[in-house]
Design a protein around this ligand. Structure first.
Ligand code: UDP
Length: 319
């Protein structure tokens, strides 16, 4: 099969490219950014990189007309963007998604839309099943622009699905692994990683009792690939993540233990890191039943194993 991965040069896209190539598929990626995460795939006979963006309808048209399936992963993601540049978050995530869906609809190609656990916002009733409510704060709080942008994307998916477009929505829960973001930026694991490599204190916000379900990238990628390749996923939403909950404090302790670094833990105030325009989420846990039963990911990698692989990779990269 021929597939297009938008944002294929990013963290999950680079792993998904590897997975699909290893299953014998032909992979086109559309990537406006750098290619360091996919440099090892360049030259593969079934792999092609197009340096452009989902904001360009002409490129989308020529690519989507040639493929059988589209994984739409391109998005502006990361807390620093939600609070630093909400316009870009909304523009790319809403208009870019609309461009992809419009073109896929024109050619009748299935789309897998990468959404997020953020769509549930701070719904206090955990774990979250796919059809549960979204509970969000004020539009003055920039954090919610990402959640909202992805929810608009999901609504577009359902609207096009009603008109006949095959589509599947996947919602990622704190995916991590080698090639995640870049050191000191993006998500908590890369922030802690940078601090660990310099033996600096790990900055835990608040009391560190807020939790996440850290999901190793290989499991997320297996589920993602299957969501596109299986016929029985059409019109469905899937939570993609482990249901094992870990507090940020526990994460910091484990990362220090596994890495052997001499870092300590420093408790910091949220406002000092993100300013006033941010609101943290206390707990985030998926109901993972649908993913486990339908997407071929029953046993997920234990956190320590994933952390070991990730820490080793970042160490090698930053020697
Ligand atoms: N966090 C922290 N220290 C930092 C940065 C983030 O303790 O230096 C916490 C943050 O408050 C949140 C969690 O780590 O509770 C996960 O944050 P991340 O940015 O990875 O994304 P989120 O899961 O909130 O989307």
């Amino acid at each position: 099969m021929k597939v297009l991965i938008t944002g294929g040069g990013g963290f999950i896209g680079s792993h998904l490219s590897e997975e699909l190539l290893s299953r014998g598929h032909e992979v086109f990626i559309l990537e406006p950014g750098g290619t360091t995460k996919i440099r090892h795939l360049i030259g593969h006979p079934k792999f092609r990189v197009v340096h452009d963006s989902v904001m360009d309808m002409g490129i989308l048209d020529s690519l989507i007309s040639q493929v059988d399936l589209v994984y739409h992963l391109a998005a502006v993601v990361g807390v620093e963007h939600y609070v630093g540049d909400p316009y870009q978050v909304l523009n790319v995530n809403v208009n870019g998604t609309q461009n992809v869906l419009k073109t896929a609809f024109k050619y009748g190609r299935k789309v897998v839309f990468s959404s997020t656990s953020e769509v549930y916002g701070r719904n206090p009733n955990l774990p979250w099943s796919e059809d549960d409510d979204r509970v969000l704060g004020s539009t003055r709080i920039d954090r919610w622009c990402y959640s909202t942008s992805k929810a608009v994307g999901e609504h577009f998916c359902f609207a096009y699905h009603k008109m006949g477009l095959p589509m599947t929505i996947i919602r990622y829960f704190n995916i991590f692994g080698p090639r995640l973001d870049k050191l000191d930026a993006g998500r908590i694991i890369t922030i802690f990683m940078g601090q660990l490599l310099r033996n600096e204190p790990l900055t835990v916000i608040g009391d560190g009792l807020q939790t996440r379900c850290f999901t190793y990238v290989s499991d997320a990628v297996t589920a993602t690939a299957n969501a596109g390749l299986q016929d029985d996923t059409n019109g469905e939403i899937y939570n993609i993540g482990t249901d094992v909950e870990t507090s940020i404090l526990e994460l910091a302790r484990r990362m220090i233990a596994i890495s052997g670094a001499s870092s300590e833990i420093e408790f910091v105030k949220q406002e000092d890191v993100y300013g006033q325009s941010y609101e943290d989420i206390g707990r985030r846990v998926p109901n993972a039943t649908r993913m486990k039963e339908q997407l071929g990911v029953r046993e997920l990698a234990p956190l320590d194993e994933g952390l070991r692989q990730t820490i080793e990779w970042f160490r090698e990269e930053h020697k």
